[in-house]
Design a protein around this ligand. Structure first.
Ligand code: UDP
Length: 413
């Protein structure tokens, strides 16, 4: 996979994060230079993993790591199985039948036959390609990078995945709450956003207004937005319920924007439910967006007054950092990695119900000074913790640690 956004160079990040951060990156890079790092996931577009790899791979390459990115192939049935597995690992009760396990094993076997595994390190993202560990006999170190909230997985789903995971050399989870009982080392690395990508870079007000206009939004009236795949774990119906409560007291518009991911077969069904729930309310804008709508998503968030991420389960939720970076207060479900990004009462509000989300939205809509204060704090929080430069450094440090098994201290100079 290659990034559609070419032309962003490491040096360009200096204006955002300062030269010391880049100097540090170059020092760490000098210790892992030349290493071949093969990433494998299950989709080239749609969802946070593809979003991260799109920007991570070119930056690693520029730092001298020979990073590459491959995507496994699977049919609709396989992705039905892996979506059920994904939901179950998030803790949802799902039935994992012997037929589903057979389908997973068959597709894994086909990918094992058709792919080449050539890295010094093979970095496998999430459960869909986890079974590729069978190829480990070809050498190299294998790392399982889990992006899911596995703090309380369905026991049978975890029992299915864990024997694969235990054969890796190491695992990476997004936060300590997700750590597991495993026989292999576990690293904690939070995801990140790219401040220079089309999704996040600064935009002219004229462009923002033109996008709002294109989608029938009135820039003079408050806009509340959630950007997410149409997935029940993102609770779009809860957002609509919250909006309806807010509407009794405040004039406002709601945007629910999201696209498909080829590895998420439930999207069309959830989109239908969302459309039914929205009914004929002209102020609810349900926007299914094609892949690579990054500038438009950026503009929709920048044109918003308040952003929701009302997930009921969430590995991280890049959309939260994306909105905080744009100085928007975020109202998010008090789950998973959202809790790393929303500091309650400082960068936004953590909520447990549509009523809670509505109450916080009303508070924010009625208080521009509070929105400004929270927006500024959110921007700083992301700058300090959730930018790509920190993420790239953490990944290079994991590569370095893999090269020094059992050592507590690795000297860089
Ligand atoms: N996204 C997008 N188009 C959409 C919906 C989402 O580009 O229609 C992006 C969103 O901006 C974010 C990523 O997809 O960068 C979603 O990542 P997140 O971690 O929030 O959730 P995931 O989909 O991985 O569960």
């Amino acid at each position: 996979m290659d990034s559609p956004e070419r032309g962003i160079r490491l040096a360009d990040y200096e204006a955002v994060v300062g030269s010391a951060v880049l100097d540090e990156l170059r020092v760490v890079a000098s210790r892992v230079e030349g290493l071949r790092l093969q990433n494998i996931n299950s989709t080239a577009v749609g969802g946070g993993v593809a979003e991260i790899l799109t920007r991570m791979v070119p930056l690693l390459k520029e730092l001298g790591v020979q990073a590459s990115w491959d995507v496994i192939k699977g049919d609709q049935r396989f992705f039905d199985v892996t979506k059920a597995l994904h939901n179950a690992m998030h803790g949802k009760a799902e039935t994992i039948t012997p037929q589903m396990i057979e389908c997973y094993r068959d597709t894994t076997a086909a990918n094992l036959r058709n792919m080449t595994f050539g890295g010094d390190v093979v970095w496998i993202h999430d459960p869909q390609p986890a079974g590729l560990i069978e190829a480990k006999k070809n050498g190299g170190k294998w790392v399982w990078r889990c992006h899911i909230d596995v703090s309380s997985p369905d026991a049978r789903a975890w029992q299915f995945i864990a024997p694969f995971v235990d054969r890796y050399d190491a695992s990476i989870f997004s936060m300590p709450d997700f750590a597991q009982r495993l026989s292999i080392p576990q690293f904690m690395v939070a995801p990140s956003i790219d401040p220079l990508s089309d999704k996040n870079r600064e935009l002219d007000q004229g462009f923002i207004d033109s996008v709002l206009e294109k989608y029938g939004l009135d820039p003079e009236r408050p806009v509340m937005t959630q950007i997410s795949r149409f997935d029940r774990l993102k609770d779009p119906l809860g957002v609509i319920a919250a909006y309806r409560m807010v509407r009794k007291r405040h004039d406002c518009q709601l945007v629910l924007a999201g696209g498909d991911a080829p590895d998420d077969p439930e999207g069309a069904e959830v989109l239908k439910e969302v459309r039914e729930a929205a009914g004929d309310d002209p102020d609810i804008h349900v926007l299914p967006l094609p892949p690579y709508s990054d500038l438009e998503i950026n503009a929709l968030v920048r044109g918003s007054t308040v952003v929701f991420q009302k997930s009921v389960k969430e590995g991280f939720g890049l959309t939260v950092s994306e909105a905080l970076w744009k100085r928007k207060p975020v109202i998010g479900g008090a789950v998973g990695g959202i809790r790393l990004q929303i500091i309650h009462g400082v960068t936004g509000y953590l909520v447990h119900s549509p009523a809670g989300a509505a109450q916080r939205a009303m508070q924010l809509l009625g208080d521009p000074a509070l929105r400004k204060r929270m927006g500024d704090s959110g921007y700083m929080h992301v700058k300090q913790n959730f930018l790509l430069t920190r993420h790239v450094k953490d990944y290079m440090l994991v590569l370095l640690a893999l090269d020094h098994p059992g050592e507590d201290i690795v000297h860089l100079c």
